[in-house]
Ligand binder design. Sequence first.
Ligand code: SF4
Length: 333
Amino acid sequence: MEIRYPAYYDTFRCLAGACPDSCCKEWAVAIDPEAEAKYRALPGELGEALRAAMCEEDGDTILALTPNRRCPMWRQDGLCRIQGQLGEEWLCNTCRQFPRLRHDYGNFVELGLELSCPEAARLILSGARQDILTRQGVGGEAPEYAPEDMAILLATRQQALEILANPKYSLGEALAILLLLGYSAQSVLDGEDAEVFDPDQALATANKLAATGDAAALLALYSELEILTADWKAQLASPLGSSWLDAHRAMARYFVERYWLQAISDLDLVCRVKFILASCLVVKLLGGDILVSAQRYSKEIENDAANVDALLDAAYTHPAMADIRLLGLLLED
Ligand code: SF4
């Protein structure tokens, strides 16, 4: 089975105590059953501390955060007590894997890194070493989807990446074209005949469709979602704004690579394309240090399934995510 991954994937190294954020705070980590059994049987002071911290939440066993919203296993030097005393093999799956992503599509696997980790964000947004490498791996269940649907998604994602990489288009223009490409691909997924997609024609259409964008309404939509940190709330309330940067283009590529193929689960590509556009727009609207804004966006949105689901729904129902409003924001400068 082929495993695909960006070249930067293997260069990732956790910053541990030097991390400017840390995945060991604010998140209550769900512990997998195998790790839970090991922790429940572990003798000594560390075992007692683990058992004292474990509790049930929404059907999962979690490690409850301390009053200062840190993981109870976090040490003052930024390292993890479990890893330090017992080794990495004692970590639960979530902690062992983060920030590594694995999307298993049955007959191939795609690996990536999560933008919510500051060091992964640095690698992703630098735009360097984004070429896709492959290696062979074992395993993989037979795909449960129709191969022709995956072929449509793979081909159109490649088109989307080429449009994003084309310097002839500003990033706003490229993203506007992607919305039209998404609708074009959706019609083929829905059973229509495929037609040649012309990006220049799509851009002309997008310019005709675009209405005045409503940045405040889009940020208000995000303010209504689940919010993890006070910093995020404050940033949504006081956006600084930005022009499109090369780092935004690298971020757009990350979102396309991560979400386009996920439409195979329900054959709904348009809502995912609109989620990609809204994500790029919100990080641009927030402005400030893009490394901080993009990483914080990912931590608050991508790592909260309820928030992602809410935005996928809002793609069809919320006025701020209407096609003409998104196009207006994308094409306004
Ligand atoms: S957020 Fe990333 S760099 Fe920071 S501690 Fe976690 S894995 Fe390491």
